[in-house]
Design a protein around this ligand. Structure first.
Ligand code: FAD
Length: 360
């Protein structure tokens, strides 16, 4: 029997496995093999930008990124396009541009060899018994069962562990994020954020990665999502973006927690971390820092004992919940068209793109 079985080897699950792997008998089940062909659609659909909060967490773990993870261009600005008010501005930003698949592969490589990792395995269901949880999963055409004292769901936005364990609890608002990859022959060197209420009440983005330009949008998950995505592309073409050669398209659910009661940290023998718990920024959809912080919070809570982890985990994640409340309070300045117009019109903190020499 394992002490802990973790479902999902994304940033949250791989980090937890790295932090607790030498203290307990741990099994990590991850659906990806990290060898899937690039265009298989099996990679994590993500913008792959490491924001300052996530950089800070990596720093606090004593980690620096290997070269294999970093992609060009490293960008210094975000071009903010407000299509509702027809204003645009550039703001200085400090993201690190990465290959998300390589990043996840690297995080998994940091898990100590004491942890059993099964890549290419799929969690199906579990049964909670008095002294253990029985976990059912498959790999290829074979079904397996394992027992653990604690089951951790780190299986992302559409967490099956969460859905199986807490079917009646209200989950955060769900979006479908679509991303399409195009040839970046235009040499775009900034991150673009597009606010357009005709497309979504959240936002859309463009991100260059080497010779690729990713166009993405977080859309309401209804029948119109594809139409809205097509509309976004046609509006971007009007802005002069050449989106002619489509290379790849994929999608994923994205959560947008609007109240802390939508966060579900788990109970008894089931714990949730990362986006499976609902930890993600509701204003920017930045999720890596939340994945790292919740994994760290649970690793500390588990060290207090398997009976009382829940109270400690709740306490350790109080800052994360407060942060989600604050981000929701900040959201109107980004998503209310009148408030956004005032902020953007003011030009506060924006970069002047028409600087003329001499600069001194
Ligand atoms: C389109 C898009 C763009 C984004 N861009 C950014 C960004 O630029 N920067 C940022 O900080 N955040 C971004 N986010 C958010 C960020 O990707 C997530 O919040 C973050 O990945 C959450 O980490 P996690 O480990 O909790 O979950 P995930 O990264 O989703 O990892 C879950 C893992 O569980 C595995 N899994 C799922 N189900 C099973 C199963 N049944 N059996 C076995 N394994 C399973 C998956 O393969 C995956 O590896 C973006 C999200 C989306 C959708």
């Amino acid at each position: 029997m394992y002490d802990i079985v973790i479902i999902g080897g994304g940033p949250a699950g791989a980090t937890l496995a790295r932090l607790i792997g030498n203290k307990y008998k741990v099994l990590l089940l991850e659906r990806r093999t990290f060898q899937e062909p690039l265009y298989s659609g099996l990679q994590k659909c993500c913008g792959g930008l490491i924001a300052p909060d996530a950089q800070k967490m990596l720093a606090s773990f004593g980690l620096g990124l290997p070269k294999s993870v970093i992609l060009s261009p490293q960008m210094f600005s975000v071009r903010t396009i407000d299509n509702d008010n027809l204003i645009e501005r550039y703001y200085q930003r400090h993201y690190v541009n990465i290959d998300r698949e390589e990043f996840d592969k690297w995080l998994e490589s940091l898990v100590p060899p004491t942890v059993d990792i099964i890549n290419g395995s799929i969690y199906k269901s579990h049964e909670v018994h008095k002294d253990f949880v029985k976990i059912k999963f498959s790999k290829g055409n074979t079904n397996y069962e394992e027992k653990a004292k604690i089951l951790v769901g780190a299986d992302g936005a559409f967490s099956k562990v969460r859905r199986n364990s807490f079917p009646d609890k209200k989950a955060p608002r769900k979006y479908i994020a679509i991303q399409e990859w195009f040839d970046n022959s235009q040499n775009v060197n900034y991150y673009g954020a597009i606010f357009d209420s005709e497309i979504t009440d959240f936002y859309s983005w463009i991100i260059p990665k080497e010779d690729i330009l990713i166009v993405g949008s977080a859309l309401l998950p209804n029948n119109d999502a594809n139409k809205k995505f097509a509309l976004l592309k046609s509006k971007l073409k009007d802005y002069g973006f050449e989106l002619n050669k489509s290379i790849r398209k994929n999608s994923a659910y994205l959560l947008r927690p609007q109240a802390v009661k939508q966060i579900q940290i788990g109970s008894g023998r089931i714990a949730l971390i990362g986006e499976a718990a609902g930890f993600i920024s509701p204003s920017s959809a930045e999720g890596l820092s939340y994945a790292f912080k919740s994994a760290l919070a649970l690793s500390d809570a588990l060290s207090q004992g398997f009976e009382s982890w829940q109270d400690f985990y709740r306490k350790n994640t109080a800052d994360l919940r407060r942060n989600i409340i604050l981000k929701n309070l900040k959201s109107p300045f980004m998503y209310n068209r009148i408030l956004r117009k005032i902020v953007m019109k003011s030009g506060l903190l924006s970069i002047d793109m028409n600087l003329k020499l001499p600069l001194l």
